[in-house]
Write a protein that binds this ligand. Structure first.
Ligand code: ATP
Length: 520
């Protein structure tokens, strides 16, 4: 029917187009735009909020509703300041920063190094592609990776850099981190300059004061993650819910980080939302559950129908102070593969540390063994805004149709689309708008619908394509005679005549989350 026309210009342009599109169609606006905005803070518009709510629901259903042993909470953003001492955020929630003296741009040293090793990995992939072409069906990728000298040399280079970086960070040796950047000959991506400052640590938490006078003011922090609200409520939930290990506590909520390098749209924000789940297990069983959650989470992502090759796992080399295993699920965003979700085996670090700082026991009594222990924890943590960006950037397509016309379409998975169906009377007269309103009244309790009578039907289709509405229902003169309408599919452009009385059932089954969510 149609083909995607030349991947327009380069990836940067595509990203710019996506950002502009999000603004034009009421998805995302810069915060306080009339005052020229605020760096790395964004507002979600009328369509954005619907998509965001649907993503939350899709996650909540998969994590809470479908698991007998997982419950949700909604803890406060403000917490007792000792929380952040216990969690390690006061002392260790830092980014190593480096400035370029010529461009005056500031970077995260770890990100510069990671991007450098990614470039080397790109070379390996190119070698593989070349060899695959040369050898055709005979090509054995595993063997090639294990024996090709250029691949082996590049792998060795990556391992050496990673090892050096890991050691430097473990010793907090910032001079060595800088030296890696110098030795790798890493240049400022913007200016090409290699004139670097020292590396410094910078704490990412925002602080503010509670209390009305300066005298009794008490510094508190805006939470940098939702996880700690779960840990401090571990016993409350376990006792009141009579939860038996293994069990999980889930939460969706705002988090705040004073990100220094504020770029890449909603990928890195100062105020964002997380969807986190902490799964409490018996010590010694954590790695089994870590594997379980890795698999379960990637299934959740793939259930949305996005291509498999858009995702990959990235195992952490430098483990956080609390973890004994950790990986990211990375997504191929317009700027390349980047972290979308983290899965961490956090040991008993958090609960133990809260025990020490609060003086309260945070233990589980095991009836079978008649003994108490501090549970181990597996965490799954995904940024809601990053998930939003993954969906939107994957959905955005510029297409040339068979008739030569062009369209911009957002192929958002139907169950997540802000509006499920647009109701369009062919003309504004002859009783067609009234018939359209009748249909809206039949549908609106169950699915989100939008009425539109302005402009030609072609223009209205384009508008709905641009918003990502999966179905357009057109009411014409025949509808008045035989109670049928035309239903148009956003993705296939197929149009079918259907009876009005089957519309509700047809649409609800096609846009239902349940259809996608069968993960087991
Ligand atoms: P990054 O390395 O990209 O800064 P992180 O490893 O610090 O991320 P976590 O602390 O593991 O991130 O947070 C869990 C999830 O929260 C991330 O996978 C990401 O999706 C999301 N997230 C973290 N920081 C931000 C941010 N500044 N803006 C938007 N989402 C974020």
């Amino acid at each position: 029917m149609y083909f995607i026309f030349a991947i327009m210009a380069n990836e940067n342009n595509t990203f710019k187009n996506i950002i502009a599109h999000c603004k034009e169609y009421g998805y995302i606006f810069p915060s306080s735009e009339i005052y020229d905005g605020l760096g790395a803070v964004y507002d979600y518009g009328q369509n954005g909020v619907e998509l965001k709510n649907n993503i939350k629901q899709y996650w909540w259903k998969a994590m809470v509703q479908m698991h007998e042993n997982i419950v949700g909470i909604d803890s406060a953003i403000f917490m007792h300041p000792t929380t952040w001492k216990a969690s390690g955020h006061v002392d260790a929630f830092n980014d190593p920063l480096i400035d370029n003296k010529d461009s005056k741009k500031r970077y995260r040293a770890d990100v510069l190094i990671e991007e450098y090793t990614e470039k080397i990995r790109g070379k390996i992939n190119k070698e593989v592609d070349k060899a695959a072409k040369r050898f055709g069906d005979q090509f054995d990728k595993e063997q090639f990776l294990a024996t090709n000298q250029r691949v082996l040399d590049n792998k060795k280079k990556i391992d050496a850099i990673n090892e050096r970086f890991k050691n430097a960070m473990e010793k907090n040796d910032l001079n060595e981190v800088r030296q890696i950047i110098i030795d790798c000959d890493i240049a400022d991506p913007v200016s090409g300059s290699k004139n670097w400052t020292e590396v410094r640590q910078f704490n990412l938490m925002f602080s503010t004061e509670v209390g009305s006078t300066v005298d009794n003011a008490n510094t508190i922090f805006l939470r940098p993650e939702t996880a700690q609200g779960i840990f401090v409520n571990f016993l409350n939930v376990q006792k009141t819910g009579r939860m038996k290990i293994p069990f999980g506590i889930a939460q969706i909520g705002k988090a705040f980080r004073n990100e220094i390098i504020a770029r890449q749209f909603i990928f890195r924000m100062r105020e964002f939302e997380q969807m986190e789940m902490q799964f409490f297990v018996k010590p010694g069983e954590e790695l089994k559950w870590y594997e379980y959650w890795k698999e379960h989470r990637i299934k959740w992502h793939k259930s949305l129908g996005i291509a498999d090759n858009k995702y990959r796992f990235h195992d952490h080399i430098k483990l956080a102070h609390y973890a004994n295993a950790a990986c990211d699920i990375e997504f191929n965003f317009p700027m390349g593969f980047k972290e979308l979700e983290g899965i961490h085996s956090r040991t008993d670090f958090d609960l133990k540390s809260h025990e020490e700082h609060s003086g309260k026991k945070l233990q589980y009594f095991d009836n079978e063994t008649n003994s108490s222990y501090v549970p181990y924890v597996i965490e799954t943590s995904i940024g809601l805004d990053r998930m939003f960006l993954a969906i939107v950037s994957n959905a955005y397509q510029e297409e040339k149709l068979d008739d030569g016309s062009e369209r911009v379409v957002m192929k958002i998975p139907a169950p997540l689309a802000p509006t499920k169906a647009a109701i369009l009377p062919l003309t504004k007269k002859d009783g067609l708008p009234e018939k359209a309103r009748e249909i809206i009244n039949q549908l609106k309790l169950d699915i989100t619908v939008q009425y539109d009578e302005k402009d030609s039907i072609g223009k209205r289709y384009r508008r709905q394509d641009a918003i990502g509405t999966p179905y357009c229902i057109t009411i014409d003169h025949q509808s008045l005679e035989d109670n049928t309408v035309t239903i148009r599919d956003r993705d296939t452009l197929e149009q079918k005549r259907v009876a009005i009385n089957v519309l509700l059932e047809m649409l609800t089954s096609r846009v239902s989350m349940t259809r996608l969510l069968n993960l087991n």
